[in-house]
Design a protein around this ligand. Structure first.
Ligand code: ASP
Length: 309
């Protein structure tokens, strides 16, 4: 990967992305076989430093680290007690003293993992920072799509919902565009970021038009915790116009897959019948791919950081 850390997808070369996906693919097979590879990170320490809530990401980094033999420590820090910059730097100094090798960071401030990366000796992995990026989510999404569709290039991917607050959307836009997919964003005008044009995506405000001919429909959570004002009307109205049900899905290709990074607001951005549909929904598969992708990332960073890890 020729990087010491994994802080964002933006700027990664398609070959680097491909290499991570290929390695992750081998970990899918290993996981399915029930085997582990506990010698790879034996004697190394992985710290999960989460300043924001998480279910899937934290657990899958923990599983990934353990399956590769690392000692895994989970630190959950309540954001309310954090005095941003200064405390982060204090934290960095503490972690350095503990000689941590791999540091997985989630923070509500965009850029926090980058700051830590400058201050710690460990390899830093961004597990989601503010509205900026969530690189391992985009990698696991890409792996899920590639396994289902056989490729990424040329696919039409509609990313729908709260794009404005979504680090998942940002990482996916960078990754999918780099790999030659055609990316659309579909949302009410209040939930489209100003930089959408710079990101080179087509913007739609109508689900029927945005989903027309799509191979992949990626739904996003309405992130009320990041909203200051009334950016969306009532949940009922939002569902009426932007919630994915089978009627709206009918505009996409017949074999289009449905994705959601979780946690889902059922009945707000997605109807339960679609979310749980065994044929169209790949939401559970995304979770499985998450473990494999995180194993691949830990493996690659361990090789790149031989001196430290
Ligand atoms: N779990 C994802 C994230 O942390 C998506 C979400 O929270 O809506 O970004």
């Amino acid at each position: 990967m020729a990087h010491r850390h994994l802080l964002q997808i933006e700027g990664l070369h398609p070959q680097q992305i491909e290499a991570m996906l290929d390695l992750a693919e081998s970990y899918v097979l290993l996981n399915r076989s029930g085997k582990t590879q506990r010698d790879l990170l034996r004697g190394r320490t992985l710290i999960n430093l989460f300043f924001e809530d998480s279910t899937r990401t934290r657990t899958s980094f923990e599983l990934a680290g353990k399956r590769l033999g690392a000692d895994v420590i989970n630190m959950s820090v309540s954001t309310s007690s954090v005095n941003k910059g200064e405390t982060l730097l204090d934290t960095a100094a503490t972690l350095n003293a503990m000689m941590c090798d791999l540091l997985v960071v989630r923070h509500d401030q965009s850029g926090a993992p980058n700051l830590l990366a400058q201050k710690v000796d460990a390899a830093v992995i961004n597990a989601g920072d503010g509205t900026h990026e969530h690189p391992t989510q985009a990698l696991l999404d890409a792996l899920t799509i590639r396994r289902r569709k056989g490729r990424l290039e040329g696919l039409i991917v509609a990313i729908c919902g709260d794009v404005l607050h979504s680090r998942v959307a940002r990482s996916n836009i960078h990754l999918l565009s780099a790999m030659g997919a055609i990316v659309r964003v579909v949302a009410p005008p209040t939930l489209i970021p100003a930089e959408a044009a710079r990101l080179g995506v087509a913007v739609f405000h109508d689900m029927a038009k945005g989903l027309a001919g799509a191979d992949v429909v990626m739904m996003l959570r309405v992130q009320r915790e990041r909203m200051n004002g009334g950016l969306v009307p009532s949940a009922r109205e939002y569902f009426h116009f932007f919630g994915l049900d089978f009627d709206k899905l009918a505009h996409a290709k017949k074999d289009a897959i449905v994705m959601h990074p979780g946690p889902m607001n059922r009945g707000v951005e997605i109807d339960s019948a679609v979310a749980d549909d065994p044929v169209r929904s790949v939401i559970k598969e995304q979770v499985e791919m998450g473990v494999a992708v995180r194993m691949a990332v830990l493996d690659i960073l361990a090789r790149e950081n031989r001196r430290n890890v």
